[in-house]
Design a protein around this ligand. Structure first.
Ligand SMILES: [Fe+2]
Length: 290
C-alpha cells in the first residue's frame, strides 16, 4: 500500500489576518471560509488545500496524505498497525472540516502529525485572489514538505514502508556537509524531504505555480511589502525548481516556484548526489528586519 500524494496542510497562526493577506494578496490563494478561528484556502478544484487555525503559538499543525481510496486507506491502516503505530480514526466532524470521506491520525517517528485520508471533495471553481495562472497540482499533489529530524533512519524506514522512493540527495556544504534526502510518491520530484538535525522541525512547504510570471510577480510583491524573503530567487540543482522562499505567518517557510521536473519512470531514474542546493540564487535572508 502506498500514499498517492500530499493532499492538504493545516497550520497554526496567532494572527489570521496576516495569513489572509499573505496567502491572497501575494500568492493568489482563494479564501473559501473565514471564521474567527480558522481560514480555509483553495488552490485548485479541491474544496480546500490549506487550513490556518487560530492558536497561541505559530507552527505546522497537520499534514494530509492521500491514500487514494477507501481500500487504500484500509491497507495503510493495516500496515501501520503491523508496525505498532498508534492510530486514531478521524471523527465525522474532522472529516467534515477537512472535506474528506475518511481519515486516520498517526504520528511519524519524528512526531509530525499526519492525517492519512481518502475522498477529498472536488469539483469546485478556483478563482485566484490575484491575477495568476494557477497552481500545478493534479496527480502531483499540492507540493512538498521538508522536515528536519533527529531520527532520519526511522523516518526513511517509515515513509519507505508507505511507498516513498528515493529521488536523490544533496550534501549541503554550507551546513557542515549535512545530507538532505529527497523522496517521491508520484511523479513530483519530491513530495517529502528530510534533513538530519538535532530536533524535529518543519522547515518549509512548496507550492508550484503554472508560470514564471506568477513567481516573478509574487517576488515583487513580497519585496514591496518587506516580507522576510528567506532565500532569494534561484534554481535548485535536483528538481530544477525556479523559486524563492519567504517566511509564512506560521513561522515556517513557503517556497513558491515553477518549472519543477518530474520523475516519469522509476526504472530509468538515476539517483545521484548533488554538491549544492542550487545552480544559482537561493541566497540567505533579505528584508529580515521587517
Ligand atoms: Fe523545497
Amino acid at each position: 500500500m502506498s500514499l498517492k500524494a500530499l493532499g492538504y496542510i493545516g497550520a497554526n497562526a496567532v494572527n489570521l489576518k496576516e495569513w489572509k493577506d499573505y496567502a491572497c494578496d501575494i500568492f493568489g490563494a482563494q479564501i473559501i471560509a473565514e471564521t474567527p478561528d480558522q481560514l480555509k484556502l483553495r488552490l485548485d478544484d479541491k474544496h480546500h488545500r490549506m487550513s490556518i487555525h487560530k492558536a497561541d503559538a505559530p507552527g505546522a499543525r497537520h499534514f494530509g496524505w492521500d491514500a487514494g481510496s477507501r481500500e487504500g486507506l484500509a491497507g495503510v491502516v493495516s500496515l501501520l498497525k503491523q508496525r505498532g503505530c498508534e492510530l486514531r480514526e478521524g471523527t465525522a466532524a474532522e472529516c467534515e472540516d477537512r472535506q474528506v470521506m475518511g481519515l486516520v491520525h498517526v504520528r511519524d517517528p519524528s512526531g509530525n502529525a499526519l492525517e492519512i485520508f481518502y475522498g477529498q471533495k472536488s469539483g469546485y471553481p478556483f478563482q485566484p485572489a490575484r491575477p495568476m495562472s494557477g497552481f500545478r497540482i493534479g496527480d502531483l499533489g499540492m507540493g512538498h514538505v521538508v522536515f528536519m529530524t533527529p531520527a532520519l533512519d526511522e523516518m526513511l524506514d517509515f515513509y519507505g514502508a508507505l511507498g516513498f522512493r528515493m529521488s536523490d540527495y544533496i550534501v549541503m556544504r554550507a551546513f557542515g556537509n549535512v545530507k538532505a534526502h529527497f523522496l517521491h510518491c508520484n511523479q513530483r520530484h519530491h513530495s517529502l524531504a528530510m534533513v538530519p538535525g538535532p530536533h524535529s522541525a518543519f522547515h518549509h512547504m512548496m507550492l508550484e505555480v503554472n508560470s514564471l510570471d506568477d513567481v516573478g510577480s509574487a517576488y515583487d510583491l513580497v519585496n514591496a511589502r518587506k516580507i522576510n524573503v528567506t532565500q532569494t530567487f534561484g534554481k535548485h540543482t535536483n528538481d530544477h525548481m525556479l523559486s524563492f522562499y519567504s517566511q509564512t505567518p506560521s513561522g515556517f517557510e513557503l517556497e513558491y516556484g515553477c518549472n519543477g521536473r518530474t520523475i516519469d519512470d522509476d526504472a530509468t531514474w538515476n539517483i545521484v548526489e548533488y554538491d549544492s542546493i542550487s545552480y544559482w540564487g537561493h541566497i540567505g535572508a533579505i528584508n529580515a528586519a521587517n
